[in-house]
Design a protein around this ligand. Structure first.
Ligand SMILES: [Zn+2]
Length: 385
């Protein structure tokens, strides 16, 4: 395991692909006409195994009411502990910490703290571009654990990934001597470098009860990596109709005529295996290899989108995510905006690692840049690739 959230989910995605996706690869038309892939054929219904738990239901735990978003975040935190082979006590410490820091909500930060320089404020405010379920303004702190990019916890884009956030917490927890046996307060205090460690202990009954509730699902997820793709779920419930940036990276090619054909989307290039997120909530209609092969990079001589995820957002709006190195969703699955759906790769008709992102309205491609701009997302804005 790479030790990062992406690495963990990527390993699952790759295994899942090997098991299930390769046999349904379809021959496609030669040349650059990747737009003609018969998606209706690819979208044949398939059994959906475990659903992402993020869209779960609320519960009253140890006398505290938690809504579906908080329960989903809690499940992710518990899943990561189980997937790493840490005992349930690790999840107890993490949940008590997350409740104290954020009430177990993924908090973005607008950078309004007077402690920040203008430059630090601008970087901190990039957290707003990623799916979140609340706003905080404490220094440069973001996410469920209120981790700080200035303090070396990761880049804002990494920290806004709930799985990365949990991984980062556990990375530091396991470095605390005797973390399994010392009081929760001390362990959490060391990890968080907090002067107010005693506050964490207050939430220990909540954290213990939550762990008892969520651990069985986390364990079955960890025991069956093939099904864990959707179980380790960094997705966030954000308000219905919200849109988020689908991936970090630089826009390298826009929508419009290219090489004698229509480039029906926008290319966003980041490092290999950069996470790709659902731009908005919807139903997965395609998650498949659409080229002759997807187990390695493609080329201009290979037709098709490579590994493709297509989401149906209703009202005739569809988005496509192409050339993925792997994907983490299955057809039929419902995903919220900001859900991890795959990773940037170079499968199919592609010569370099990037995300080819399309927006289609009633079947016809439109330019994603103004579409997203109208929804508050500037693809050309600097972002932490
Ligand atoms: Zn493209």
């Amino acid at each position: 395991m790479s030790g990062t959230a992406e690495g963990l989910a990527q390993a699952y995605a790759t295994r899942w692909l090997w098991k299930a996706a390769v046999p349904i690869a379809l021959p496609v038309l030669a040349g650059l006409t990747v737009l003609l892939v018969p998606l209706a054929v690819l979208a044949a219904p398939e059994a959906v195994s475990s659903a992402c738990s993020t869209g779960g239901t609320g519960a009253t735990v140890a006398g505290i009411e938690l809504d579906a978003v908080q329960m989903g975040q809690a499940q992710t935190i518990v899943n990561v502990a189980a997937a790493r082979g840490l005992g349930p006590y690790a999840a107890v410490v993490a949940l008590a910490t997350a409740y104290q820091e954020s009430r177990i909500r993924m908090l973005a930060n607008d950078g309004s703290s007077s402690e920040l320089t203008a430059e630090q404020a601008a970087v901190t405010a990039t957290s707003l571009q990623y799916a979140h379920d609340g706003l905080g303004s404490d220094h440069d702190s973001v996410n469920t654990f209120q981790q700080r990019w200035i303090a070396g916890w990761g880049t804002p884009v990494q920290l806004m990934d709930p799985v990365y956030a949990a991984e980062a917490f556990y990375d530091r927890l396991v470095e605390v001597p005797n973390w399994q046996t010392i009081p929760l307060t001390r362990a959490a205090q060391v990890v968080q470098v907090s002067a107010y460690g005693s506050a964490y202990a207050r939430w220990e009954p909540l954290a213990r009860e939550l762990t008892t509730m969520l651990w069985p699902a986390a364990q079955s997820t960890a025991a069956n990596p093939g099904g864990a793709v959707s179980g380790v779920c960094p997705g966030l419930a954000v308000p219905a109709g919200s849109w988020v940036r689908p991936s970090t990276g630089t826009v390298t090619s826009g929508y419009g005529p290219r090489w004698g054909t229509l480039h029906a989307g926008v290319d966003i290039a980041g490092p290999r295996n950069t996470p790709v997120y659902a731009a908005s909530g919807g139903t997965v209609t395609t998650a498949a290899c659409t080229s002759a092969y997807c187990d390695r990079d493609g080329s201009l001589n290979l037709a098709g989108y490579g590994n493709l995820v297509e989401l149906d957002h209703g009202a005739g709006v569809v988005t496509r995510y192409a050339h993925l190195s792997g994907y983490t969703v299955m057809p039929g699955q419902q995903v919220p905006a900001g859900a991890l759906i795959g990773f940037q790769g170079s499968t199919g008709n592609s010569t370099g690692v990037h995300l080819h992102f399309e927006v289609r309205v009633d079947g016809a491609p439109i330019d994603p840049v103004p579409w997203l701009a109208d929804r508050g997302i500037d693809l050309h804005a600097p972002n932490p690739a």
